[in-house]
Write a protein that binds this ligand. Structure first.
Ligand SMILES: O=C(O)CCC(=O)C(=O)O
Ligand SMILES: [Fe+2]
Length: 287
């Protein structure tokens, strides 16, 4: 559902925009129309291999037991930007940025960046809407755009994600037994979806296969994110990041900002009280 106004926060019209051979407008149109799209061969092994290496070696993980899974057979590592620099460049990928901007606008932030690994024997996740965290009545304009990059091949057997096409526009909860489509995709492909789409991870019915993916959720800049990058990524680390990535962590001017200043300025000079601020007696003496 599009925001029907000329607000700078509105989704960007990506009609006829092509980046590196990918028709961005067509992919965005699919997300708006059916709630999701799959882009095949989105990432090359050269980009993915170092990220996989980081997931296997340097990134600490936890067993997550929620959203219907209590088995401990799902490994996750949330809050990736506080743990590794391995995905920084990917977050700025022009095709990725353009699709997200087409769905929820260009002023957005990382809501969640997590590695998912669904191990053999994991149950099917409950169908759910990722934007259900925010108590905003439906229908509402799109404010969340998520993507899941397949590191392993996603197959019916190892639990490829279930989606319920078009359900992002529905206002009532779905029956958990509703017919769904399992999105099979090869390693390097990516599934983008609108936050209101009913979906869930599938059962991993294999005895020995992992299903690893990288999940990146984007939220409009004016709502509070689920993972708090502003708190979790140390300021000295953020200071060294490219400007666009700093914004993606949530360093946006908004409302009063930091004593009227852009939070990015405070990141660089450390001043959180406006430099011109003086006690009342100073201003009285000038009147
Ligand atoms: O495992 C998947 O394919 C999807 C997981 C998911 O939707 C979630 O954890 O919110
Ligand atoms: Fe989900």
């Amino acid at each position: 559902m599009r925001t029907q106004n000329n607000s700078p926060y509105a989704p960007v019209d990506q009609t006829a925009v092509v980046i590196e051979g990918l028709d961005i407008g067509a992919e965005v149109a699919k997300v708006h129309a059916q709630g999701y799209t799959v882009v095949e061969r989105f990432l090359t092994p050269e980009i993915m291999d170092p990220i996989r290496e980081a997931f296997d070696t340097e990134v600490p993980i936890t067993e997550m037991r929620f959203l219907g899974s209590t088995t401990g057979n799902t490994w996750r590592s949330h809050n990736l930007l506080a743990k590794t620099r391995a995905i920084d460049e990917l977050l700025l990928n022009p095709r990725l940025r353009a699709i997200v901007a087409g769905v929820i606008g260009k002023y957005c932030q990382i809501n969640i960046a997590t590695m998912f690994n669904t191990l053999a024997g994991e149950y099917k996740q409950d169908l759910h809407q990722d934007d259900g965290l925010w108590p905003i009545p439906r229908p509402h304009p799109s404010f969340l755009c998520n993507l899941l990059i397949a590191f392993d091949d996603f197959t019916i057997e190892n639990g490829a994600t279930h989606v319920v096409p078009h359900s992002h526009t529905w206002t009532k909860p779905v029956d958990q037994n509703i017919e769904s489509v399992q999105v099979e995709m090869k390693s390097g492909s990516v599934l983008f979806w609108e936050g209101g789409l009913w979906h869930g991870g599938g059962a991993n019915r294999t005895t020995d296969q992992e299903r690893m993916g990288l999940f990146i959720s984007h939220l409009v800049s004016y709502l509070r994110p689920s993972d708090l990058q502003l708190v979790s990524v140390p300021r000295e680390v953020v200071r060294e990041m490219p400007h666009k990535l700093q914004r993606l962590l949530g360093y946006y001017p908004f409302g009063n900002g930091v004593d009227g200043r852009d939070p990015l300025d405070t990141l660089h000079d450390g001043i959180v009280v406006h430099p011109d601020a003086r006690p009342a007696e100073h201003w009285r003496s000038l009147r």
